[in-house]
Design a binder for this molecule. Sequence first.
Ligand SMILES: Cc1ncc(COP(=O)(O)O)c(C=O)c1O
Length: 423
Amino acid sequence: MLLQRRERSLGAGAELFYRHPIQLVRGQGAYVFDEAGRRYIDFYNNVPAVGHGNAHVADAISHQQRTLNVNSRYLHEGVVAYAERLASLHCSRIESFVFSCSGTEANEVAIQMARMATGRRGILCTNAAYHGNSDLVGRLTNVGRTQPESPDIRAFPFPDLYRPIAEGLSEQELEEAYLARVQDTIERFEASGVGLAAMLVCSLFANEGLPNLPPHFMARAAERVRAAGGLVIADEVQAGFGRTGHWWGYQATGFEPDIVTLGKPMGNGVPISATGASRKLIELFRRKTDHFNTYASSPLQAAAGMAVLDVIEREGLIVNARQVGAMLREGLARISATDPHLGDVRGCGLFIVVDVVTDRTSKTPDPERAAAFADRLMELGFLTAAAGAYKNLVKVRPPLVVSKDDATAFLEAFETARREICG
Ligand SMILES: Cc1ncc(COP(=O)(O)O)c(C=O)c1O
């Protein structure tokens, strides 16, 4: 059996989705098919953002692979044109890029760059973050929860209007309360002599659970970081490339970063990531390192990345994310409104979560029930998964090509699952 062969060859413990894992053999657009030919509508995967098996991207990759693929130490028109096009889509602070192959590497470069630029080492993150799995970047995971703080990596509680750090406060007061925690952490870096190099946060706090934020939190936190001489790093690995109904998550949450990191959907499956910043910062990094990444900044990466941007623009996928996303969010909110186990529906664009709770008063996270939703939705033909800081969110994050009809079908299935699971 494939499951047992997998355990032998990959080692038991390599995570699989669902109580009864599925075996997928092909995908097309927002659909994937299992070995028995059964179709599922993908409401989870963000790497194939412009659609599973996208022909334009596949042709571009195939053409480039047949034509030329070399390392980054040769002049290549496609690589330069891709970096120029990426820069043109960002705010004016982002001018140049270092390419890598994973989100982890992009964040690793960003941290190194911020430390070089500031001469300080402190990295501020949230207490339920995930930015990658290397020795350095992995130290930013769940700081103060499953990992201790360290002198150079400290966390503040992620801002959250649903389960706030203090009860009975207005949004405005909560904004001040969360900012005070950011400020306190900055001051602890300064007091210890480590100093603040950067704040590194996902523009949407996606892994934290996509919380609704106090309205000016991000812009004001960025101000405080800069006032302390630090840089603002926006991790756009999940948030970027149209997901939110904007090109970048930082546009959705209202701030401008000094450094961005990009990944996941960037090559629709071809491993591409990037660290973007001002030309000055990038050149400092280039001068101080002999940075090289074998597969990165290659004609192949550029061809895939360029083709993804073509599809996002030509097919109006950012508008689609906004429209289908709004429809999904409204539909899920309507279904959840009277259910005592569905406490909150939030998100923007095609990134939505349903917060599953034991009851609406205590808001106690109910990860088992969230997992039951993901299992049942899969049986009904829809891929989602349970996620978030407490693993109690049904995470809805389909490829950007998902249609209104797909959304209607999903909402019907969600209501069926709700009736069965919540009674
Ligand atoms: C916000 C965020 N940043 C970075 C990463 C790491 O990306 P990668 O798995 O490509 O190294 C992830 C992966 O899930 C992520 O969610």
